[in-house]
Design a protein around this ligand. Structure first.
Ligand code: JHZ
Ligand code: ZN
Length: 393
């Protein structure tokens, strides 16, 4: 992409390269979901870009073809893994599992792509060599301060070549909540293939399109999320690199996410779980466009229901606020047209978001203690994926 271009529209499927695409859902023009605004900038014009979801009839990938320059989206990033305690806990647990399953000696290398503030690698760094590769300058700095070797770049085949020369090959590469964000998946997989060679493993977690369809979590759709993956679509991708998915499980993160294990096609026996999951996806119709048209219809139904509920509460003279200012909340608020006339404020535990205003709707983000100081009558839970932990609080 040209460095100065803010936006471009892709024409082909990013897994199979074909143009056999069905338009499923058009969310109109949206601001990038993590572009929180400073008070003094509220009157400046805000960038908004089209957001349309397509289904590929050839390889089944659900995807957004509207590409906002990744430098705009990720170089200065407001999302901090450690600000969501359940997520941080989940990654520490995952680090222990990966060490147990794949790391044999201290010399071995664990790389994390998009390792954010280093929450996962910090839990691995005493037992192997670690390397974080993350494009966000402000976040990479935090990772470095924790003593984690960190390269502040987007992961590409070029970077992989450099890493191979300087650090050697990787025993494990991890990429959590990253595979949805990548436009040139082919470039990234060439880099991964280079670094894991015959005996390494690539493990990643990514939200599962089956959850989006069955639970209606359409708010996961925003410009950062270019892909809504299924095992069916991913198999098509990895096989182009002589790799295979040899194991899969699901984890209760962002609804239900897939944890996918990828290795050389001849090196790892494929578990029964892979076959069972493929069957599950076929039963859900994740390889048929109709499934996604039905999903889009349900989004419209939900919009009417929620908007009328909130306006009834307002008519009754009550105060409402939003809990959490997640990226996904901004899709919901902007697409459903829920503004500061409905929600007095949002609260969020991320220091970087506090004091800012939500993109598009300009709702102030406050620290959670306001809920005790000045309690509203109702709270709309925007960070629904952490409902259990939040309801306990
Ligand atoms: P959370 C992010 O999306 C962005 P978001 C990213 N692009 C991505 O791909 C997905 O994750 C997977 C706050 N919070 O994790 C913290 C509280 O206030 O659902 C966060 O701002 N109180 C990388 O932003 C937000 O809610 C709490 O008790 O949709 C949650 O954001 C807890 C638990 C969280 O991801
Ligand atoms: Zn395709």
């Amino acid at each position: 992409m040209e460095i100065n271009k803010k936006y471009h529209l892709r024409k082909t499927c990013r897994i199979c390269g074909k143009e056999n695409l069905a338009k499923v859902l058009d969310l109109g023009e949206m601001p990038p979901a993590n572009s929180f605004i400073k008070k003094e900038d509220l009157d400046l014009p805000e960038d908004k870009f089209p957001l349309v979801v397509y289904f590929c009839r050839d390889c089944s990938l659900l995807q957004v073809l509207d590409i906002v320059n990744p430098n705009i989206l990720f170089q200065d990033y407001d999302y901090l893994t450690s600000a969501s305690k359940p997520l941080a806990f989940h990654f520490v647990e995952m680090a222990h599992l990966l060490k147990k399953q794949f790391i044999v000696s201290e010399d071995e290398l664990m790389i994390e792509i998009g390792g954010n503030d280093g929450t996962l690698l910090e839990a691995a760094k005493n037992e192997c060599r670690v390397l974080n590769i993350d494009p966000a300058a402000n976040i990479a700095k935090i990772s470095k301060e924790k003593g984690i070797p960190t390269i502040n770049e987007f992961f590409t085949e070029e970077i992989a070549k450099d890493v191979l020369a300087k650090f050697g090959s990787a025993k494990v590469i991890v990429a959590n909540n990253v595979m949805a964000h990548i436009d040139d998946l082919h470039d990234v997989f060439r880099g991964i293939k280079l670094l894991i060679g015959k005996s390494g493993t690539f493990v990643f977690e990514v939200h599962w399109v089956g959850n989006l369809v069955t639970e209606g979590g359409f708010d996961q759709i925003y410009h950062e999320h270019l892909c809504y993956h299924s095992l069916l679509a991913l198999q098509n991708l990895v096989s182009q690199f002589s790799l295979q998915i040899f194991d899969i499980e699901t984890v209760p993160i962002h609804g239900e996410s897939m944890r996918v294990f990828v290795g050389d096609k001849d090196m790892f026996p494929v578990t029964e779980r892979v076959k069972a999951f493929t069957e599950r996806e076929k039963k859900l119709g994740l390889d048929h466009e109709e499934t996604f048209f039905e999903f889009a219809n349900r989004v419209e139904g939900n919009k009417k229901e929620l908007v009328s509920l909130l306006s009834q509460i307002k008519k009754d003279g009550k105060r409402i606020c939003g809990y959490g200012a997640p990226a996904k909340g901004n899709t919901l608020l902007n697409y459903f047209g829920i503004g500061s006339d409905v929600l007095d404020f949002l609260t969020d535990t991320t220091p970087m978001k506090q004091g800012l205003f939500s993109p598009g709707m300009h709702i102030p983000v406050l620290t959670p203690d306001v809920l005790e100081k000045d309690p509203p009558n109702y709270i709309l839970l925007l960070a629904w994926n952490y409902a259990e932990a939040i309801l306990k609080k």
